[in-house]
Ligand binder design. Structure first.
Ligand SMILES: [Zn+2]
Ligand SMILES: [Zn+2]
Ligand SMILES: [Zn+2]
Length: 323
C-alpha cells in the first residue's frame, strides 16, 4: 500500500510506493533487453492479454482491440479512502495514497509509438482518455487524474510496448495548483488564449497551426524542443471538450512527434496532459506538454527549479516547422 508524506520544506506531497520495488527489473540497466527477451513475453502484446488484469475498457473494430485500459499491477495510487491526513509527530504527516492507477495500451505493435498511430488510432486514444477521466470524476476520493506517456529510457518508460498511464490522485498536485495560480494571476483573460493569439501574431515559435489546434515552442520553454499543444476551443476540462477537438489534439501530438523523430531521431520524451481537477471550475485551458528528454537534469536545475534551456524555442520551432 502506497503512502503520501508531506515534505515540509516544499509543502508538496511525496508518494512512497514501496510495493513497486518488488518489480524485479526496476534497478536493472538491462531492463529493456530483459523485458523483450524470449523468457518473458510482453504482457501488452496481442495474445498475452491473460498476463495482465482484465481490461476496464477496450476499443476497436472487428473483434480486435486497438486501445485497452487495464489496471496497473503495481499501482502508485489505490483505494477509495478520501484523503485524511494523520499527524504522527511535529513533521510526520501522512495520508493513504488512495486513487487509481491504470495503463492505457494504445497500440498492438510492440515496437511502435505514438508517432506511428494513424488518425483512427489517435482518435481512439483520446476517446479512451476522455472516458477514463469521466469515470474517475465520479469517484469522491479522486481529485485529479494525471495522464502521461513515457517514451524511451530517459523518459522513464519501464516497458517497451507503447502505453500511457492514468494516475487518479487524492489531492491536487503542485504543478497543477501552480498553473491554476498562473491563470488567476492573468485575471481578465485566459493566459493560454492570449498566448495563442500573441504567438500567432509573432509567428516565430509556431510549429503547427490548423484543424482547431495550435502547437508552439513556448516563449518560456525550459527544455530543448519543448512543445505546447493547445486547442483553439477554450475549456478547462478535457472531458468536456468536443469530440472533434479531442481527435484533432491527438493528430497534432502525433504529427509533431513525427517531426521530432525526423529531426532528432527516436528521442525519449514525455507527454503530459494538464486539465482542471475534478469539481474545480476555475479559469483554465486544458493542454498537452510534449517534453523531449534530450538534456539531463543537473544539480543546478534540481537545486533551484530553474531550467537552463540550450536550444532557443525560436530555433527549435524553425526546425520542427520545416515540412
Ligand atoms: Zn508488446
Ligand atoms: Zn483559453
Ligand atoms: Zn501545463
Amino acid at each position: 500500500m502506497s503512502q503520501l508524506r508531506l515534505n515540509h520544506l516544499t509543502g508538496r506531497w511525496v508518494t512512497v510506493a514501496t510495493d513497486r520495488s518488488t518489480r524485479p527489473d526496476d534497478f536493472s540497466r538491462e531492463r529493456q533487453a530483459v523485458e523483450t527477451g524470449p523468457t518473458r513475453p510482453c504482457p501488452f502484446c496481442p495474445g498475452n492479454e491473460e498476463d495482465v488484469p482484465s481490461a476496464l475498457e477496450s476499443y476497436g473494430a472487428g473483434g480486435e482491440w486497438a486501445v485497452r485500459v487495464v489496471p496497473n499491477r503495481f499501482p502508485a495510487f489505490a483505494g477509495t479512502e478520501q484523503m485524511t491526513v494523520r499527524n504522527l509527530g511535529p513533521i510526520f504527516n501522512q495520508a493513504p495514497a488512495s486513487g487509481i492507477h491504470e495503463v492505457l495500451i494504445f497500440s498492438r505493435d510492440h515496437l511502435g509509438g505514438f508517432a506511428d498511430l494513424d488518425d483512427e488510432q489517435v482518435g481512439g486514444v483520446m476517446t479512451a482518455v476522455r472516458d477514463r477521466f469521466e469515470d474517475h470524476s465520479r469517484r469522491p476520493a479522486v481529485r485529479y487524474t494525471q495522464a502521461i506517456v513515457n517514451h524511451g529510457r530517459e523518459g522513464g518508460a519501464s516497458l517497451v510496448h507503447p502505453h500511457g498511464q492514468l494516475l487518479g490522485m487524492p489531492f491536487v498536485p503542485g504543478e497543477i495548483a501552480e498553473e491554476e495560480a498562473g491563470f488567476r494571476r492573468f485575471a481578465g483573460s485566459c493566459v493560454l488564449c492570449t498566448t495563442a493569439e500573441a504567438e500567432r501574431d509573432a509567428d516565430a515559435r509556431v510549429v503547427l497551426d490548423g484543424d482547431g489546434v495550435l502547437v508552439l515552442c513556448p516563449y518560456w520553454s525550459g527544455a530543448a524542443y519543448e512543445m505546447l499543444v493547445l486547442p483553439d476551443e477554450h475549456g478547462g476540462h478535457l472531458a468536456r471538450a468536443e469530440p472533434k477537438t479531442l481527435e484533432a489534439m491527438g493528430r497534432a501530438v502525433r504529427d509533431v512527434l513525427v517531426r521530432l523523430r525526423d529531426r532528432l531521431g527516436d528521442v525519449s520524451y514525455n507527454l503530459v496532459v494538464h486539465t482542471l481537477p475534478y469539481r474545480h471550475d476555475d479559469e483554465f485551458h486544458w493542454h498537452i506538454h510534449v517534453l523531449p528528454r534530450i538534456q539531463s537534469v543537473g544539480g543546478f536545475e534540481q537545486g533551484t527549479g530553474v531550467p537552463i534551456n540550450i536550444v532557443a524555442p525560436e530555433q527549435a520551432a524553425a526546425q520542427l516547422r520545416m515540412g
